[in-house]
Design a protein around this ligand. Sequence first.
Ligand code: GDP
Ligand code: MG
Length: 803
Amino acid sequence: MRLSDAKTGEKVAVVKILGHGAFRKRMMEMGFVRGREITVLLHAPLMDPIKYSIMDYEVSLRRSEAELVEVKPLPVDECDRTRKHTDTVDCDDRPLELSNNADHEKNVINVALIGNPNCGKTSLFNIASGAREHVGNYSGVTVDAKSGHFRFKGYRINLVDLPGTYSLASYSPEELYVRRYLKDETPDVIVNVLDGSNLERNLYLTTELIDMDRSMVIALNMYDELKEKGITLEFDTLGKMIGVPIVPTTARTGEGIDTLFDTVIKVYEGTCEDVRHIHVHLGQELEKSVTALKDQIKADGYIGRHFSPRYLAIKLLEGDKEVEHLIAESPEASGIIALRDAEVRRLAEVNGNDDIAALIAGEKYGFIAGALAETLEKVEQEKVTSTHVIDAIVTNKLFGFPLFFLIMFVIFWATFSLGSYPMEWIEAGVEWIGDLVRGAMPDGMLKDLIADGIIGGVGGVIVFLPNILILYACISFMEDSGYMARAAFIMDKLMHRIGLHGKSFIPLIMGFGCTVPSIMASRSIESSSSRFITILINPFISCSARLPLYVLLIGTFFPSHAALVFTGVYLVGILVAIFTARLLRRFYFKTDVTPFVMELPPYRVPTLKTTMRHMWAKGEQYLRKMGGIILVGSIIVWALNYFPLHDDAPEASSAEMTATADDSSIDLDHDSYLEMLGKAVNPVMEPIGFHWKGTVAAIAGVPAKEIVVSTLGVLYTGQEEIDDYSLGARLTAPNPATGRPDFTAAAALSFMIFILLYCPCIATVTAIVKETGNIGYGVFSVVYNTVIAWIISFIVYQLAILF
Ligand code: GDP
Ligand code: MG
């Protein structure tokens, strides 16, 4: 009987909890475990909620929840004994003999067979239950459910043969039937029967069942045919990847059926190690919508009982009418539907496609393709599609890597070379505005602030906007086209070498854009240790905020080998990331071998519109940063450089100095605050080739790394004797105090490496703390990265001055 049927004052014991995984878990956490005694305290017919006493405290359940708790009435005299017995039972899902008088009938497992038409469900049903149902080799023979039962290892197994369906949508009567069955009857274990010779299509239904989060076993049927065709499938690995145990069966001969039901019992008892709830990832944009809807559905608390909120959210996005009816029972229905409509509009906008169901299906087939690419080996390619052809080249053992590095090189080349043209125009524009201000304003502090502080600082950074836009356009093209997933795929083996998974590769590539979103993208990595390592090494992947500095210094010091040095700097970051990952795996996080599916979405030609939109979104962010933190940073740096005011202006004083004057000791009478700070810290930085101005720029760059360049812009300004206004020219001009330029090629190299590696920006540290939930990781990043940066810059500088 169900708990909802128990009368007031009645004592019952829990037999099992039905419903989906998350619901069962929550109920078990509340104490509803097998054998636990429950007393009905208050139960008026039709009254909701119902009050129960469990373990001497009171809980109230809604009727819909109580309906999902199977219980056994307790005779009054048995209560005390059961209580003693159950006191030792903790969150334990093992079957419990409620009494000794052979209470086998309580050890019932309801099993439903679900699968595509013609995959062998009825054959399996017959051979297991011994029934003589009609078996036919065409779909549609099974028009409604047939049930049978048999005994197996002390259990009574109730087996139901459901009609074949390709999905759990609500278009065909079969689909509707299966879904209503899942909702109303809530079988304990689902056996998802797959036609082994047609896995790709069969697994689609599996992805929907995974969304439902039910206890499940896969029968890999027609295993004889699969072997005959020369196909090998690592079903064990596949099962671990998708978190559902897979048992090969041949229903025609009965092979594998015993193992299948052994596994069913293990899953029922909760002792199967392969069982894990995974998410079939739907890509960034869809996931955003699913999460928003899921949260709203969860908040309601009523509708998410029979089906998992994630499943309901996905079905709502697909426009499923049945699920809409289900949602309509909730008082929050209108809000949920409104949110759904808004999300559908948003998705149509970002994807340029309003067929959300097709988008979801595409992502699911990408998941399947990824899962099979790692586990399935076919002799012959049965269908040649353009995706297959491209994949054959792109993921080829021989060409895959060179192609990837070529693509990365082209991206860096484009960022640097193509970007340099519009950069020159903006530079000319900034110069023109600077001259205009200098000419038009009367001398004084305000003029200095605007010309040197604001135009020098912000103007020095804004010129790199084109480079950043090009980089972002390339990254978003890689993501949207589906190439990024392939890159992750070919990197999987390498990533395993450093104790990570191919999945970590995507956030790392995204890190070339901005570290903050890429740390958030690490959420899609299921294993927590892999996720933490990915997060911690991400700051070493050079983000676009460091780009201006590279463009500036490489353009100034290495113009003839630009792309090479560029790639080299990025490579140093990648090598340090690899080193750190290995270090963390070795000494901190223990290895983790759980396999995960890497989605291989179909290739799509990204529309110009979406690429442009992504690019502009980033451009806008960059400009906003200019007006915000970089503007403020520039003004602070300018002020620290301007004050305290001395009798003579700083420029004049330095011009007065002789060429032999010491430029490194603090001079309280002439130095600005910034100079004092830089000179005080500089002894630490001298071994790595820093002039105090570089030290100051590095310190100023902690809030945001663009400020490094804007600080240089503020510090290297106001030398009117230099005609060329570009920052590069000002950097190479000899320092009037020493007669030598502050930056040499070796110092520039060391400086770039230091800025690349040292303490991440504030936004990144915040993201690290937030995503790991641990301040310690933020502190680690700051300290470890700075120390590593110093060491590597030291090596680079000392080697560079040798040549
Ligand atoms: P259902 O539509 O899922 O109920 O599938 P049926 O049980 O009606 O089986 C469809 C066809 O596949 C029948 O001709 C069966 O004999 C055949 N079949 C079922 N299981 C197997 C198997 O494991 N191997 C092979 N070779 N054929 C099978
Ligand atoms: Mg059938």
